[in-house]
Write a new protein. Structure first.
Length: 120
């Protein structure tokens, strides 16, 4: 991973990566492997991974529902030139659970280890 990305984002990624599935990690990895790219459309992610768009769309939705990705803007897709929604990684901080000591991203509402409510 590049050191151009904010260290807090890298720490948050390390804290949550064990709670994500393999396909979700691959999709999220696209954002961290190219930190100078601000945002990605589903088709750009698919092209980068060599996957079909139908494999990407559900993973992006899951990552959005987990609070890991969010809408960045609507812009021209670099592949089709058509107007598309581009996604970005949400800014986050690392939280240390007061109950079990686990480190996790503040994107989660509960500690993934013990279920303790996250501070707000």
């Amino acid at each position: 991973m590049s050191t151009n990305m904010q260290q807090t984002s890298l720490n948050a990624f390390d804290a949550i990566k064990h709670t994500l599935g393999a396909a979700q990690l691959r999709v999220l990895g696209v954002f961290y492997e190219a930190p100078t790219i601000i945002d990605w459309t589903n088709l750009e992610i698919a092209r980068n991974l060599g996957w079909d768009i139908n494999r990407i769309t559900p993973r992006v939705l899951e990552l959005r529902q987990l609070g890991v990705l969010e809408e960045s803007r609507t812009r021209a897709c670099h592949i089709t030139g058509r107007s598309s929604i581009a996604w970005k990684v949400k800014k986050s901080i690392v939280v240390i659970c007061s109950l079990c000591g686990a480190q996790y991203s503040n994107r989660f509402q509960k500690c993934p280890e013990c279920g303790q409510e996250a501070p707000r």
